[in-house]
Structure formats: C-alpha cells, structure tokens
Design a protein around this ligand. Structure first.
Ligand SMILES: *Cc1c(COP(=O)(O)O)cnc(C)c1O
Ligand SMILES: [Zn+2]
Length: 377
C-alpha cells in the first residue's frame, strides 16, 4: 500500500522523508507533525469494528497495518451526576498499562517497528515509560527507559516487570537529556513529548468521546497537562472530525496544571505564577514542554482555560473520586479537582467531560496515606 501521510516541521515548514527517524527537525530543532493527506473514513463502517483505538485506523498514519497491539483504547465513558452537574468521565486509566499513554505508545512503537528499530529509548516520569516498556516487549524489541529516581516506586517496578532496562536519573530534566546524549548507533529514541506519531495515538481519544456521546461534542473537556500530548492530541482529533463534517464545534479545553509547574498557565495569562511546588502531581511536573506553542494554540482556538491546582485540592479531588468508586493517581485527580474548584461558574446544563488519565492501582500505598481518615473509635 502506498504511503498516504506526510511529516513536516511545525517551525520551518520543511517536509521530511517518510522514513525520518529523528524526533525533531534537524534543520531548526522544531517539533514535527504527521498528517494523513486525504483523510477518508466512512462513519458507517465503524459499528462493525471492535471498540478499540484501531476502529479509526484510517486516521492513523500507519497505512492500515497493525503490527503490535495490547487492545488499547475503547475505554468507557460513564455519566455521573455531581451536585446537579452532568459529568462524563472518560476512563483512560483502564488502558492496558493503566494510563492513556498506551494509545501513544502503541502507535509510536508500531512506527518504531516500521523503521526496524533495534532498541527503543524513552524518558518518562513513569507512565509513558511503563507503556513503552510493555509495547516494546510486545514487539520483541528491547527498551531502555530513563526515569527520575524519585518517580513512584511501582511505576519503576512496572517498567522492569515489562522487561524495560531502567536507568534512574537525578530528575525529570536529566532523564530527557541523558536519554538523548547517551543514544547509541542502534538506538531509536521514542521521546513521546516530541514524537508526532505518539500524538496520532492520543488523538483517537477525541474520536471515541464523540462517538460514545452520539456524535455530539461535550461543551467542555477538562484534562491534566504536562508535556501537552493529551491536549494537542485531543485538539487534533477534534479538528479532523470538524473537517470530516462529523461535528460542528470543538469543545472548550480546560487544561489543569499543578502549582509550581505552570508553563502553559504563565504563557496564556502572561504572568508569573510562583507558588509552592506540587509534590503530588508527579506525572505533570514539567517546566519546559517542547510543544508549548501548540499547547497555547489549542487553548486559544478552543476558547479554553488553564487552571492551576494545589496539593490540598488534589487530595480533595482524590477523596471525592474514591467516594464515587473511581481510583486514579494524584496527577489524574487534578482534572476533577479543577472541576470542583470552578463548578459554580459552570451552567448545570453544560455537558462536561473529564478525562481520568492514570490508574491509582500503581500508587495505592501513596493514595491510602493521602486519603485515609482515621477510623473513629
Ligand atoms: C502523562 C500524564 C499526564 C499529562 O500528559 P501530557 O501529555 O504530558 O500533558 C496526565 N496524567 C497522567 C496520569 C499522565 O501519565
Ligand atoms: Zn524545522
């Protein structure tokens, strides 16, 4: 089958060869984007397909070929009434390794297979590393994952359990630096915060939300944001559906960041936000996201907002989610915490979708310590 996609640099506009194996533009260091040239999906065909990410395979730039899958995507969208508000929770934490990163990992590793990668290298705060470790093993490709040494213990354990070779670094920034500077001849760097194919996997979340909601876009979508792959992926998916004529508007995207790690907030509102640094939101402690310009665009073009939450607010969100039966990690609770904080300003007839990004199973010990109120005697 003929290739039907193109890879280009978002900064200088340069078109790159389809077998391009670098994570950014070699000419200007800009981030890359991959696009299907003639996007053509027949909506009527969808219902005959299994409910997973590959349901929208025409929108994924791999020429329809699936080389490895763990059944990612196809997560439930459940409706709950919360203080008179209609809230839809998208349970991304039910993906194969417990986070939405599995969608991106699947497509990025399928791309690595196409490029005949001999060893996969990634850096991560934990969840992306876990996902890449699992998909690399599924593809029978060894992986080397750099993570900060203070990452949650069980995220590090999972990377090892799936067979990844783990290297612990001083912090999140040195993980990224070392992953790149220590690349060997046979190494293929996935670098999910740069990798445009990773975003192609994430964007399927937007397709699912719309289909699960009877092709109606919700009014607002609330998500946690670190490197912005979820934000950019959702925005791209919605824009594609707008072009396809499947929806007539894009939901407002509300990005939630943790206090102390608020580069998007600062860029949108043009002010410094030097608050006490969050300890709990380990998966979004990002100070310098490589796709910041795209993140800004996604917020501005959807008429969205950015909200910063404190650790105290995260704990409140976690507790309330547990009380309705939803077990997510602290980073993931930020989106619900932001909803609780702003709900007075949301009309009760608005449809709100909150994406729950990561499972609390990986951090159950930490969560118990944070949320348990001592039993009364
Ligand atoms: C990675 C991650 C995020 C943030 O996603 P970005 O694409 O980095 O913005 C949010 N929640 C969880 C659980 C994550 O693992
Ligand atoms: Zn460039």
């Amino acid at each position: 089958m003929k290739n039907n996609y193109e890879i280009k640099c978002l900064n200088c506009g340069k078109h790159l060869p389809l077998n391009y194996k670098y994570w950014k533009c070699i000419k200007c260091n800009g981030p890359l984007e991959v696009n299907i040239q003639k996007l053509n999906i027949d909506k009527n065909k969808l219902s005959k397909r299994a409910f997973n990410l590959w349901r929208y395979r025409e929108a994924i730039p791999l020429n329809g070929k699936i080389r490895v899958t763990l059944g990612e995507g196809g997560t439930p969208l459940i409706e709950k009434e919360i203080e008179k508000h209609k809230v839809y929770f998208k349970l991304e934490y039910l993906n194969p390794t417990g986070s939405f990163k599995d969608r991106g990992a699947s497509i990025a590793v399928n791309r690595a297979i196409l490029l005949k990668a001999k060893r996969i290298v990634e850096d991560s705060s934990g969840n992306a590393g876990t996902a890449i470790s699992a998909y690399s093993s599924a593809a029978r490709i060894p992986s080397k994952i750099y993570v900060p040494k203070n990452a949650p213990k069980n995220k590090k354990n999972l990377i090892k359990a799936f067979g990844g070779y783990i290297i612990e670094t001083k912090n999140r920034e040195t993980a990224a630096k070392r992953a790149i500077s220590e690349l060997g001849e046979d190494d293929y760097y996935i670098g999910h915060s740069w990798n445009p194919f990773f975003i192609e996997g994430i964007k399927t979340t937007a397709y699912e939300i719309i289909e699960q909601n009877n092709w109606q876009p919700p009014d607002k979508i609330i998500i946690p944001v670190g490197n912005g792959t979820l934000l950019i992926g959702l925005f791209k998916g919605f824009k594609e559906m707008l072009t396809l004529g499947w929806i007539n508007k894009i939901p407002k995207i509300i990005a939630v960041q943790a206090e102390g790690y608020t580069p998007l907030y600062e860029a949108i509102y043009n002010k410094k936000n030097k608050k006490k640094k969050s300890k709990l939101a380990d998966a979004i402690k990002i100070t310098n996201p490589p796709r910041l310009n795209q993140m800004i665009k996604a917020i501005k073009e959807t008429n969205g907002e950015v909200i910063a939450v404190t650790d105290e607010e995260i704990i409140t969100g976690l507790r309330k989610l547990l009380k309705i039966g939803l077990l997510v990690e602290p980073t993931s609770a930020t989106a619900f915490s932001a909803f609780l904080k702003m709900k007075e300003n949301i009309d009760t007839d608005e449809k709100i979708c909150i994406i729950l990004t990561g499972s609390g199973m990986k951090m159950i010990n930490e969560i118990i310590k944070l949320t348990t109120v001592k039993n009364e005697k």
